[in-house]
Write a protein that binds this ligand. Structure first.
Ligand code: NAD
Length: 320
């Protein structure tokens, strides 16, 4: 990876991945792009361009202008928003992806895009969900993610594009708020623990989903992209996860730091039914075997860091 173009770079993953990649590969080597511009370290720390991923010609011209050899495609509509606007989700998630794959094919770029635990459905085995298993999702987001995994396989097999991907679980971070996913509660709970010592969860007690702390997600992307292709048998969409948790598990972890933290429930039927259609816990052994996936944060370590960083953030805001 020498010159990297990131789409959807102002989102939850992109804003941190852009800065992380600039630290590794150099400030000028990472071109951050998004359909909007806003106050964000991805805009302020290096090259930034407005790019709508549904505009195929604009994406091609942008990649060519910057002599890009790697595309990290993040622009998408996430699960809860996609369920509210399914046609928009199809057009953005599939249209943007095929445009990014075409540019990669034309310019010989290495390619990364995330899939999701949303690529599984109610008929998938719920626990220790294998790498290769039944994928019949019941959400538009899931349909997009399965189709995307297959499309990336196709571009590798048919055109030799060096496509790589991860099935991300819910990602937890204190930097950029999440953008409309089903697992967003696992981020909000930390913000509310700091602000009010209380949180009302829209996901029900006992609903387990896979999660991972953002630094482990960033590290996984770099490891996979740097991996020797000779070892990659499952290029697109490796299962990755660091913990399988429900709201009670997070609350118990938070109470080790904030003992009087209170958790209550007001379940949102739409996001609850999406969560129930997803696995409880992924089997990630293939990712470990093929490219050394090794997350460092468990729930308690993540909780201590999330609460510490959010306290710093809010006490700084309060005194400025
Ligand atoms: P996000 O919603 O936070 O960010 C998406 C970004 O895409 C936004 O900055 C938005 O402005 C931009 N965008 C929207 N439409 C665009 C367009 N037409 N052209 C260009 N940019 C556009 O999303 P995220 O959480 O950073 O997720 C990135 C990818 O990772 C997505 O494919 C998502 O499905 C996947 N993923 C995320 C998670 C998670 O927990 N965050 C989990 C699994 C998979």
């Amino acid at each position: 990876m020498k010159k990297i173009l990131i789409t959807g770079a102002l989102g939850q993953i992109g804003s941190e991945l852009t800065c992380h990649m600039r630290e590794i590969y150099g400030l000028e080597q990472v071109i951050a792009t998004d359909i909007r511009k806003g106050a964000n370290t991805a805009v302020e720390s290096g090259p930034f361009e407005i790019l709508d991923v549904t505009d195929a010609q604009a994406m091609y011209d942008m990649a060519k202008k910057h002599h890009v050899d790697t595309i990290i495609h993040l622009a998408a509509l996430l699960s809860a928003t996609a369920e509210a606007k399914p046609l928009l989700a199809w057009n953005l998630n599939m249209g943007g992806l095929v445009n990014a794959l075409e540019v990669s094919k034309e310019l010989g770029c290495q390619f990364f895009t995330p899939s999701s635990i949303g690529a599984f459905g109610p008929s998938t085995p719920k626990t220790k969900t294998p790498q290769n298993t039944i994928q019949r999702p019941t959400t538009m987001y899931g349909v997009n993610k399965v189709s995307g995994e297959l499309l990336c396989d196709y571009y590798y097999q048919k055109f030799g594009v060096d496509t790589r991907g991860l099935r991300f679980p819910g990602l937890i971070s204190y930097v950029t708020p999440p953008g409309g996913g089903t697992t967003d509660y696992a981020v909000e709970i930390y913000y509310q623990a700091i602000r009010q010592k209380a949180y009302t969860s829209y996901i029900d007690k006992g609903t387990y989903m896979d999660m991972m702390y953002m630094p482990d997600a960033l590290q996984a992307i770099i490891c996979l992209m740097e991996a020797d292709p000779a070892y990659l048998k499952h290029r697109n969409a490796y299962n990755v996860s660091a913990m399988s948790i429900d709201p009670e598990a997070i609350a118990t972890s938070i109470r080790k730091v904030i003992p009087d933290f209170e958790l209550s429930y007001q379940v949102d039927p739409i996001r609850q039914s999406i969560a129930e259609s997803w696995p409880d816990s992924l089997d990630c052994t293939i990712a470990t075997e093929e490219w050394g996936f090794n997350p460092l944060y468990d729930l308690d370590r993540m909780t201590v860091e999330m609460l510490g960083k959010l306290s710093e953030k809010y006490s700084l805001v309060g005194t400025s």
